[in-house]
Design a protein around this ligand. Sequence first.
Ligand SMILES: Nc1ncnc2c1ncn2[C@@H]1O[C@H](COP(=O)(O)OP(=O)(O)OP(=O)(O)O)[C@@H](O)[C@H]1O
Ligand SMILES: [Mg+2]
Length: 331
Amino acid sequence: MRAIEAEGLRKVFGRVVALDGVSFTVEEGEVFGLLGPNGAGKTTTISILTTLIRPTSGSARVWGYDVRTETSKVRSVIGLVPQDLTVDDELTGLENLRLMAALYHVPKDVAERRIEEVLELVDLKEAAGRRVETYSGGMRKRLELAAALVHRPKVLFLDEPTLGLDVQTRAHIWDYIRRLVREEQLTVLMTTHYMDEADANCDRIAVIDRGRIMAIGTPRELKVKHGSDVIELEVQGDGFDLQNLVKGVEGVTDVRVSGNRISVRVVRGEEVLPELMRRMISSGLSVSRIEMRRPTLDEVFIALTGRSIREEQGSWEEVFRQSMNVRRVRA
Ligand SMILES: Nc1ncnc2c1ncn2[C@@H]1O[C@H](COP(=O)(O)OP(=O)(O)OP(=O)(O)O)[C@@H](O)[C@H]1O
Ligand SMILES: [Mg+2]
């Protein structure tokens, strides 16, 4: 069964077109990533799928339910960890989870058992009796995860689950999410700015920019289609013409020469490297350095959007905006 089906989603806020015809499907049990720069439409997509806002046009189903006309059914099968923190600082972890269970009408005895389980799952048993204001950023995120799980959702939406956390904590959060997928047979739709995380944790990824989906595929498929391998060689010898040496080698898409170094973009590095080496050696050159790099998702992203995601996420405005959001929620 299809866990999520989105068809031609469009969302207009005043004069801003936030989504401009977004279509994709997510299969049951899949971890699906929405990757895109600030303002791409990631949160808007999640808000529509979780029934928080209505699309201007287009349609979507979650677990078979229509997000426009069956909102309470949709809400009963989803969990949401929003981009901004929502747990209450002045309550304890346990109190937050009880509140969540009550909101979802989970019967009390069932809720107590389930809360035990989710606390165990995110390693917060010991800290459950403490007020959330004493928690670290990573602990808060784990509590948010637990809170989104008390009613046993089928589909979990994670909007930037690791934003602003240090590398180690990010890795931990991902351990928990992977465990959830395994142990609770969850379907996950997540957004992130971090390419390496999307690469490591998503079965499939949609790259989204300015409200449109630029590409969808497994991380490997995207890299093969939109990235290329790079081979770099450094040679020693006399009177070489490196540019000429690689002429006509099959699979080469770009060549750059600088002194005794040559950098070659190729479709499949392992197929081209032997031929390059053969040519170097037969012209009497010795190769003093070889390096082959696989494409990264960063490269895919730049190829698709013409921008680097890193340039944007560190901007001062973004940091400011995020901190204002947190403050607004706490106030
Ligand atoms: N409530 C709103 N009113 C007006 N414009 C909005 C509203 N919500 C979002 N937008 C605009 O819609 C576009 C998409 O925003 P969205 O929050 O979906 O982006 P995002 O991909 O989640 O970005 P980020 O990485 O910063 O979280 C942006 O141009 C944003 O300014
Ligand atoms: Mg967002």
